[in-house]
Design a binder for this molecule. Structure first.
Ligand SMILES: [Zn+2]
Length: 450
């Protein structure tokens, strides 16, 4: 009855998983330009400091000049695609915070490329505008922030240039977020506004430092990147936690399955890049702008270099004992930043061309030889767009999905003679042209929402 080769372990990653190669994603990978990323990082560095508390009047120095330039770049990209981007500032006055004691307007720049089929569904790429030196309150000294995080903003602009040439089923958002170093304010403002506006966010790809290849430990490597993703979701209720204890899901939050998805995008579309999915929200005791989205239950990950150099982060520009400190542009590898930008671009495109991840995924099969998964039918807007669904499963200690079966356009399917206790299961939706959503683990632990 079943054609599953029980007992056969996949020898290489996703060896037993069928997948349709997508020529458009290779074209997107090839279109990303290291030269344009270099030009944009140079420009962002030229503002001297982009500290959140720095001056806003000058056209050449400070955070005000920087955000106006980013807005103008998004406007230019939009003009070239017939106004395909909705570009706007998003701001809130912050005060009485440890790192923002006096009232300061924290201003992010956001560009939205609306989907043609399911526009209220969003995937987001972000980078941070602001920079800092050793003293987080020093807003006058030069803080070039070339890698932290002009690289992330330049990558976000470049992804917008490349992807705005295409039309997608779901919406894509390009966000240059403000106030990161002072307390993750731009991300918090954006996440709260998105929730209030009913945005169905399916993935936040937060890019924070994507250009350094020389590690503090002496390793030089341009072929790996990290994807940080939390394991259990932050918005679990006590009932969710009780249920997870019995049915699993500790390593299958929607963020984690977005990370697995991006890991495969690297294998399939980015030459000479392997990603490490890190089973952790972020680095030890450090933060990033995916966190405020996770706090509200939205899936989100941090994409960044593998090899960090702490002499180049949050440092006053100086030479001490022969060591040059500071986040200057000579520490950025533009080809590497382009590689990680391409990883973002193909992942965003693939998710935005795919249908929404399945909702209301459930699993049953205790004390029986077979396992049954069920899920909600596609929403009205996506009825024509959905071709069907693919079920995935893996051994419980395997890092990524090992087996899959396309099951057609149904809302329930039984895997005959595959015992529920021995694997983790999930389901992805598939578009008419074979783009797939991330895999959704059953129940609240893995849910991507409606
Ligand atoms: Zn930083």
């Amino acid at each position: 009855m079943s054609s599953v080769a029980v007992g056969v372990f996949a020898v290489s990653a996703h060896a037993d998983v069928e997948y349709t190669d997508q020529p458009q994603l290779h074209a997107i990978q090839q279109a990303v330009s290291a030269e344009r990323i270099e030009t944009d990082i140079e420009k962002l560095v030229s503002f001297g400091t982009r500290h959140t508390l720095s001056e806003t009047e000058s056209d050449t120095r400070g955070i005000g000049a920087a955000r106006r330039w980013i807005k103008a770049e998004f406007d230019k990209i939009s003009a070239e695609c017939g106004g395909c981007l909705e570009v706007y500032y998003q701001s809130r006055v912050i005060s009485d915070e440890p790192r923002i004691p006096e009232p300061v307007e924290v201003v992010s720049v956001i560009a939205v490329q609306k989907g043609t089929v399911d526009p209220s569904r969003y995937v987001i790429m972000s980078g941070d505008i602001d920079s800092r030196v050793s003293d987080v309150m020093n807003y006058t000294s030069d803080a070039p922030g070339a890698n932290d995080n002009a690289s992330g903003v330049a990558g976000t602009l470049e992804a917008a240039r490349v992807l705005s040439k295409y039309k997608f089923a779901g919406s894509i958002v390009y966000a240059a977020l403000a106030g990161e170093e002072q307390g993750l304010f731009g991300g918090q403002i954006m996440a709260e506004q998105a929730k209030q506006d009913g945005w169905r966010i399916k993935a936040v790809l937060n890019n924070d430092m994507i250009g350094n290849i020389e590690g503090i430990n002496g390793v030089i490597n341009n072929t790996t990147a990290r994807i940080f993703a939390e394991g259990t979701r932050q918005d679990e209720t006590p009932e969710d936690i009780r249920r997870r204890r019995f049915t699993g899901g500790e390593v299958d939050s929607p963020s984690r399955n977005v990370a697995r998805y991006i890991d495969w995008m690297a294998d399939r579309y980015i030459p000479n890049l392997d990603t490490m999915v890190i089973y952790r929200l972020d680095r030890f005791a450090r933060g990033g702008h995916h966190r405020p989205f996770n706090d509200l239950g939205f899936p989100g990950v941090r994409i960044m270099e593998t090899n960090e150099n702490y002499n180049r982060q949050h440092q006053d520009l100086r030479v001490e004992n022969g060591i040059a400190y500071g986040d200057t542009i000579d520490g950025v590898d533009f080809d590497y930043a382009a590689k990680l930008t391409a990883l973002n671009a193909v992942s965003l495109a693939s998710m935005a061309w795919a249908p929404s991840p399945p909702a209301e995924v459930k699993i049953a099969g205790a004390v029986s030889p077979s396992t049954t998964l069920s899920w909600a039918a596609p929403a009205e807007a996506e009825k024509e767009h959905v071709k069907g669904y693919r079920i995935y499963w893996r051994h419980t200690d395997a890092p990524n999905w090992e087996f899959s079966r396309y099951v057609g356009n149904v809302t329930e399917y039984t895997l005959e003679n595959i015992v529920i206790d021995n694997y983790f299961f999930g389901v992805a939706s598939v578009s008419q042209d074979d783009f797939e959503s991330p895999v959704v683990y059953p129940g609240p632990a893995g849910a991507f929402g409606e």
